[in-house]
Design a protein around this ligand. Structure first.
Ligand code: HEM
Length: 410
């Protein structure tokens, strides 16, 4: 899914003048994105000296086009390189093309219908209220640890049907997994931990699936086992990977939408005041949070299967492409005054949830969670303020988010 491709690549371009491994890039990637968009919109990023690497694409129009192109681009690594026995994912939504992708996607779409999301709303609200009431009298909270981290894991676990007592296990596993997929700060250690975490999740779901087969319930895992056992529309492996991908794809991403969103509101007090006065702006405010500090900065791995021209450069078949969502979402050709956080921005056709057939299946759920969270937060804590003006960015360049976000509740 997130693997890398080895090839003989001669064009190392200006990789050495733009430092994508620097600490300043990890905390503030936007000046470098601007440089890339302007000077090197298809930029070779080497992983090592063996010619392995990927092409970073940073202009909005190119990114949008590549995300939609399933003729010249594949998501299936097996089409362009030998299978990697250590790869945790091999037959999930994000590593497949039609017709497999269509079959898998139609099954999972059933779990994310507007009705299903509406049915979950009272449970999400109840959890948010519980989390906020437990910090109410404290005077201060770390919004990440006290709210943004526990909330989305609860919601996905609820959807899948993971028992309450097991939910804390997932935090470490998804954390280790996500740290291992940041191509720009990878080490042997992070890769090993990521692989172990993926295997533990697989083991966990194998066990849970067995339980649901014996005792079916009204949850997504039971639904998937029935699809598997009934019409043979899912292999056993596909079913387990579906559970895994929903948990992983839906967790840290939503955590970061909530954390980045609150940080932005508290950094831009004029916008916060506008939102308090005009709560009908909440929807567009959430879209602007997604654009301005996109939780996923680079789309997942894609490979060319035919020559593809981008900004006058022809990329050969078999090469790895990285669509840099975070850069596309700040492209002035698409978004006037892109570095301005404007909660009333309209139109705002950002790429934070991707585009085309792999468009995020959990987008309605993430938007609902954010809506409930910010509604409640503004109502419960009208005088919320940042404790420090220095954001505590995690430094992960793939998933942009905060380690902690200390706020005064007063
Ligand atoms: C703010 C939160 C979220 C963001 C920013 C986000 C972002 C994305 C993006 C950019 C993609 C497309 C990746 C690509 O084309 O390479 C994607 C796909 C996906 N997302 Fe999300 N996501 C979020 C929340 C969720 C949630 C809550 C779930 C599930 C519970 C979820 C499940 C998925 C799945 C399964 C896919 C693969 C879809 C496919 O390949 O057909 N995501 N997401």
């Amino acid at each position: 899914l997130f693997g890398f491709y080895a090839h003989n690549q001669e064009d190392f371009m200006s990789a050495h003048t733009i430092d994508l491994r620097s600490t300043s890039f990890q905390t503030n990637p936007y000046p470098i994105y601007k440089q890339l968009r302007e000077n090197s919109p298809v930029h070779w990023f080497p992983f090592d000296d063996l010619g392995r690497g990927m092409w970073l694409v940073t202009r909005y129009q190119d990114c949008a086009r590549l995300l939609k192109d399933d003729q010249n681009i594949t998501k299936n690594p097996a089409l362009v390189r030998p299978p990697d026995p250590d790869e945790v994912f091999s037959s999930d939504l994000l590593s497949s093309d039609p017709p497999d992708h269509t079959r898998l996607r139609s099954l999972v779409n059933q779990a994310f219908t507007p009705k299903r999301i509406r049915d979950l709303e009272p449970r999400i609200r109840q959890l948010a209220e519980e989390l906020f009431s437990s910090v109410k009298d404290r005077g201060e909270m770390d919004f990440m640890a006290d709210f943004a981290i526990p909330m989305p894991i609860f919601v996905i676990a609820e959807l899948l049907g993971v028992p309450r007592e097991d939910r804390s296990l997932f935090r470490q596993w998804t954390n280790d997994f996500m740290r291992s997929v940041d191509a720009m700060s990878q080490t042997e250690e992070t890769q090993k931990k990521g692989q172990e975490a993926g295997l533990k999740l697989l083991e966990y779901f194998t066990h849970l699936v067995q339980q649901r087969r014996q005792k079916p319930r009204m949850d997504l895992i039971t639904g998937l086992t029935q699809a598997r056992d009934g019409g043979d529309r899912l292999t056993e492996r596909e079913m387990l990977e579906m559970c895994q991908i929903l948990l992983i794809a839906g967790h840290e991403t939503t955590v970061n939408l909530l954390g980045n969103g609150l940080l932005l509101l508290l950094q831009h007090t004029d916008q916060l005041a506008m939102l308090k006065q005009g709560p009908e702006l909440m929807e567009s405010a959430i879209e602007e949070m997604l654009r301005f500090e996109s939780p996923i900065q680079r789309a997942t791995v894609r490979f060319t299967t035919a020559p593809v021209e981008i900004c006058g450069k022809v990329i050969d078949p078999g090469q790895q492409l990285s669509v840099v969502i975070g850069a596309a979402n700040r492209d002035p050709e698409q978004f006037p005054d892109p570095d301005r956080f404007d909660i009333a921005r309209n139109p705002n056709r950002h790429l934070a949830f991707g585009r085309g057939i792999h468009f995020c299946v959990g987008a309605p759920l993430a938007r609902t969670e954010a809506h409930i969270t910010f509604d409640l937060l503004l109502a419960e804590f009208p005088r919320l303020e940042l404790v420090s003006s220095e954001p505590d960015w995690s430094g992960n360049t793939f998933l942009r988010g905060l380690n902690s976000l200390q706020v005064r509740l007063s």
